[in-house]
Design a protein around this ligand. Structure first.
Ligand code: GLA
Length: 637
């Protein structure tokens, strides 16, 4: 995460007079000082990941009222609405122009006839219909003056019309006016805010050079985080947030951030919105689904109730996920459910085949996604060809998904240890597709076909009988400061060929920053947690100079084995570990260096609501200094 730069004092020795007249410098706030509050996004309405439908994957900008309401009708009639699918979201393509001089937006009347019924153009009749069906309504805009289709579409049929100013339909310069229009006037409940307006309209872009659009110097660069102005992007979202709160007095709104994993948003999206895109667009191609899955699957600590990772909408219904590819479609759905991703159907539901409807309608898998504990699954086994994801549920049960990414069938070994369950007690698996139950003790073999994901609910006896490891409750752990000083591209994300660029050029480079972020049961760089030769199967791995917020839901003790991780290259500097409770220091370690055995740290947290775990080292530039909160757990005794 970006740190605030301290204000530097000028050297004063020979310049007393000048210094006396210089402004007094204020010390930068210490980012590791306990804040005594949960700082991830908690506004809006996203206690569980949003579910619904979006027009984009099915129709692009070629949208109209009949298509959208047709899908909404099927959501209700098929029972999907009753299973939780509620948001019906209009994506890009609805705007006709920004009226001058008052700046009010006008809807395409040929596509949305109900908007032109009388007086000013309005979506109110449309949102009224959705609300009368028991659904919620979503709208689309952009951080800049213009949207993504205006930047990237080669055909202007569906694009806004009129003068340059009239075609500026994005939020830039109109945040308060547009948010008031969408929420107070038109009655929307959800907004997706795209980012192309801050990325694609530089003075040298062809559409700006030809005079079609005004230039807006880009502050977002998808390929290069070092060419991105992160505070500028954050400032836009701060403005939007304020407007959302002003114009939604009942707080019933949802903010979807869409900057595609750029600008290091995988580290801070959780502080600015309810869902945040972790990668560029999904396509109906298996390889692309892998990219999008990977962009969220190792960010398990960056998602919580109110602030979820968004690997993009479902593509079930097309290409590699159509009715001829049910194995792939089931995998896509099961994986999104385990990640606590928004479940946004992207198909034309008027013609979706029943077997695909049954996939998105699997209530047992939906229940995993909507589990109130809000724990994104963690990777209990992580190889390039096979992964095992485990999710702790509010009921005390677990869910497990075994994902075969490779080309051949696999006999996977599933062990009680993967599940943090006892090896000497029976474990029962319920297959969430076939509903069959099987039991095993210690370990079992699970056959997984190529591209298949076997997904089970799990009953067993927990290794930790009287508490929960922090890595089992990712929804309660927020890396408020994760110690990353210079955001770097994450090399662990599968690099697929993006459909829109074909195989021209050299292919995708690693580009989504977040490398070195906090992890559950892993070091920040994907190694086993280990202190002085002792491995820890459970724990939190994070860089030094970090602060983790932990919500305490009634536990009495926090304990951990702390130390510098064996994977650290910096062998000289010491790190001090501290536990705070509601802002008060409860326990502190001595300064620990690489190679020194773990120190047991424990604190009474009875009655404490927010615990903070701080690892502080003397110097900055701590990429070489991963630390381990081994076996970190909240206990009831
Ligand atoms: C971007 C977004 C997509 C979609 C399009 C609309 O590419 O990432 O999800 O909203 O813009 O033009």
């Amino acid at each position: 995460m970006q740190k605030k730069t301290p204000i530097r004092l000028r050297p004063c020795a020979a310049l007393i007079a000048m210094c006396l007249s210089a402004p007094v410098a204020h010390a930068a706030p210490d980012p590791l000082a306990p804040g005594a509050r949960w700082s991830a996004y908690a506004a809006g309405r996203a206690a569980t990941p949003p579910m619904g439908w979006s027009s984009w994957n099915a129709f692009g900008t070629d949208i109209d009222e009949a298509k959208i309401l047709g899908s909404a009708r099927r959501i209700v009639d098929s029972g999907l609405a009753a299973s939780g699918y509620r948001y019906i979201n209009i994506d890009d393509g609805w705007a006709l122009r920004r009226q001058q001089p008052d700046g009010r937006l006008v809807i395409r009347p040929d596509r949305f006839p109900s908007s032109a019924g009388g007086g000013a153009s309005s979506f109110r009749p449309f949102t009224d219909q959705l609300h009368a069906m028991g659904l919620k309504a979503g709208i689309y805009s952009d951080l800049g003056r213009n949207t993504c289709s205006q930047a990237y579409s080669s055909d202007d049929t569906d694009l806004p019309k009129g003068s340059v100013l009239e075609r500026e339909v994005g939020l830039y310069g109109h945040v308060d006016q547009d948010i008031a229009l969408y929420f107070s006037d038109w009655g929307f409940d959800f907004i997706k805010v795209d980012g192309c307006g801050l990325r694609a309209y530089g003075a040298d872009s062809p559409k700006v050079r030809s005079g079609q659009y005004r230039a807006l110097p880009p502050v977002l660069d998808l390929q290069s985080v070092s060419r991105t102005n992160i505070p500028a992007v954050q400032a836009e979202f701060t403005d939007i947030n304020r407007a959302l709160q002003r114009h939604n007095p009942d707080g019933d709104y949802l903010l979807s951030l869409c900057v595609w994993g750029a600008a290091d948003v995988r580290a801070w999206g959780k502080n600015f919105g309810n869902i945040s895109r972790t990668s560029d667009d999904i396509t109906p191609a298996w390889a692309r689904m892998l990219t999008n899955f990977d962009s969220a699957s190792r960010r398990e600590l960056y998602a919580h109730p109110g602030s979820w990772n968004d690997p993009d909408m479902l593509y079930i219904g097309k290409g590699d996920f159509d009715a001829g590819h049910l194995v792939e479609a089931r995998s896509h759905f099961a994986l999104w459910a385990m990640l606590n991703a928004p479940l946004m159907i992207g198909a034309d539901l008027r013609s979706m085949a029943q077997p695909l409807m049954d996939i998105v309608g699997n209530v047992d898998i939906i229940a995993l996604n909507q589990d109130p504990a809000g724990n994104q699954a963690t990777l209990a086994y992580d190889a390039d060809d096979l992964q095992i994801l485990v999710k702790q549920l509010a009921s005390g049960q677990k869910a497990v998904a075994i994902f075969n990414r490779g080309l051949g069938p696999v006999e996977a070994d599933l062990t009680a240890a993967h599940l943090k369950l006892r090896q000497d007690a029976p474990v029962t698996l319920t297959d969430l597709w076939s509903k069959e139950k099987t039991s095993f003790t210690n370990e079992t073999k699970v056959r997984v076909a190529p591209r298949e994901t076997r997904i089970f609910r799990v009953d067993g006896t927990r290794v930790l009988a009287d508490g929960l490891y922090l890595s089992e409750q990712t929804g309660n752990v927020n890396p408020a400061v994760d110690g990353v000083v210079r955001p770097q591209a994450d090399p662990s994300i599968f690099r697929s060929s993006a459909g829109w660029s074909g195989t021209k050029g050299a292919g995708e480079r690693p580009m989504y920053a977040g490398w070195g972020g906090a992890r559950a049961d892993s070091t920040p760089y994907g190694q086993t947690l280990q202190i002085a030769g002792k491995p820890y199967a459970a724990g939190i791995g994070v860089l030094a100079n970090s602060r983790l917020e932990v919500r305490n839901l009634g536990h009495r003790r926090l304990s951990a084995q702390v130390g510098v991780d064996d994977s650290a290259q910096d062998r000289a500097r010491g790190v001090t570990f501290m536990i705070y409770g509601d802002g008060r220091l409860l326990a502190s370690s001595k300064a620990l260096r690489w190679g020194q055995p773990a120190q047991a740290l424990s604190a009474d947290v009875s009655g404490v609501k927010l615990i903070e775990l701080v690892a502080r080292s003397a110097a900055a530039g701590n990429e070489q200094l991963p630390v381990t909160w081994g076996e970190a757990a909240l206990l009831s005794k």
